[in-house]
Design a protein around this ligand. Structure first.
Ligand code: NAD
Ligand code: WQD
Length: 353
């Protein structure tokens, strides 16, 4: 039986995707260097699916380590590539770390997959669109100059994949441009596990309610939006995980129209920061302490997806509600409160050790 290689599979989106794949009957092997995660999600996945996934600790940016992995698993014919560094601010401070890690990983995996042929699903990002001129944003919308080295690694990686697929002829690839995945598995066995102070809105809210931070700062109240706060396309991480299953199946069943395809993955509607806070308070019954501060450098005003293509071609659309997503995020935070950070790995919250 062929194996699906999941890089970054102990991370946030990867671990949720492993669950959906295993529940759909796929045989997976995870590779992760634990730079931003621990082995704890392997236990969570086992509690959900009844089986612990195979795990290899290795660095995708190291060609020797990846070669050894591919030799050990000749059954790997498909790769879902999540592994990347993703902190936007850190990428501005340490661009070479980001280019080295994120770009070399893509190159190594494509090179090794190309030796046997197969399928490649890539985690891209709506960050490649910058601030779009027209909303909602379609896959045809222009790619803008990246606002950070992190964002640039996504743009460059997409180009590398497209060129390599065209040249090699034996790899089919899909890049999924994620908008803003949020929430956690409804079982609260796995979820988002940010290290240090979270950059992203939802973990900052849940940690503030938990008392780790005094206040949520809402960055900007003077945007050209209905309530002045910025707009994003938030959607449930379990829906995102399912999008990977259908993307993989499209490739496995030769249903793709071109060797390289790109799809937006989001809910297809824009939500303001204040709407997030208000909905969170309503569904959890918890009060969020917040204040308005100035805009965050590099932030865009508004973006949301046109998901027509994913609906038509993949038969996928986000099913879960914002309420479900926010409630699951809170249930996960409550779970973390009860459970001290477990598992091996550097990617641990400072405040839990
Ligand atoms: P995450 O940090 O939780 O998961 C990434 C995993 O990759 C981590 O477990 C980390 O240890 C691992 N990793 C990093 N570099 C590695 C390397 N060289 N070798 C092996 N493992 C390595 O992040 P996530 O939120 O799950 O994101 C997954 C992917 O989705 C990333 O590529 C990210 O850029 C992309 N993405 C995320 C979002 C989001 O909002 N979370 C949005 C758009 C795109
Ligand atoms: C959402 C909104 C903030 C925190 C980032 C990356 C991007 C992509 C997705 C991967 C914004 C506001 C946030 C806080 C706030 N990742 N906010 N107070 O901005 O869409 O993008 O994640 O590719 O590359 O840049 O998501 O969750 O950081 O912020 O007011 O403490 O919440 O200003 O409007 P964003 P986010």
């Amino acid at each position: 039986m062929s194996k699906i290689l999941i890089t970054g599979g102990t991370g946030y989106i990867g671990s949720h995707t492993v669950v959906e794949l295993m529940e759909s009957g796929y045989d997976v092997v995870i590779v992760d260097n634990l730079s931003n995660s621990t082995t704890a999600p392997l236990e969570g996945i086992k509690r959900i699916t009844g089986r612990k996934p195979e795990f290899v600790e290795a660095d995708c940016s190291d060609l020797g380590q990846m070669r050894a992995l591919f030799e050990r698993y000749p059954q790997i014919r498909s790769v879902i590539h999540f592994a990347a560094l993703k902190a936007v601010g850190e990428s501005v401070e340490k661009p070479l770390d980001y280019y080295r890690n994120n770009i070399l990983s893509v190159i190594n995996l494509l090179e090794l997959l190309g030796k046997r042929g197969g399928n490649f699903v890539f985690s891209s990002s709506c960050t490649v669109y910058g601030q779009p001129d027209i909303l909602p944003v379609t896959e045809e919308s222009p790619i803008k100059k990246a606002l950070s080295p992190y964002g640039n690694t996504k743009r460059i990686a997409e180009n590398i994949i497209e060129d390599t697929v065209a040249a090699m002829g034996n790899i089919n690839a899909i890049a999924l441009r994620y908008f803003n995945p949020i929430g956690a598995h409804p079982s609260a066995e796995i979820g988002e596990y940010p290290v240090g102070k979270p950059d992203n809105l939802i973990p900052f809210i849940t940690q503030t309610v938990r008392g780790i931070w005094e206040k949520l700062q809402i960055f900007g109240s003077d945007y050209n939006t209905p309530d002045g706060t910025a707009i994003r396309d938030y959607f449930h991480v379990v829906d995102l995980a399912k999008a990977h299953v259908v993307a993989l199946e499209r490739l496995l069943e030769d249903k793709n129209r071109k060797p390289y395809e790109v799809f937006n993955v989001g809910a297809g509607r824009g939500i303001t920061v204040l709407e997030i806070v208000n909905t969170f308070e309503r569904v959890t019954g918890q009060k969020v302490n917040y204040e308005f501060t100035r805009r965050r450098a590099g932030d865009i005003e508004k973006v949301w997806a046109d998901t027509t293509l994913a609906e038509k071609e993949l038969g996928w659309r986000a099913e879960k509600t914002l309420e479900e997503a926010l409630l699951s995020a809170w249930k996960w935070e409550e779970r973390l409160l009860r459970r001290k950070g477990k598992g091996k790995g550097k990617g641990k919250r400072d405040n839990e050790h």
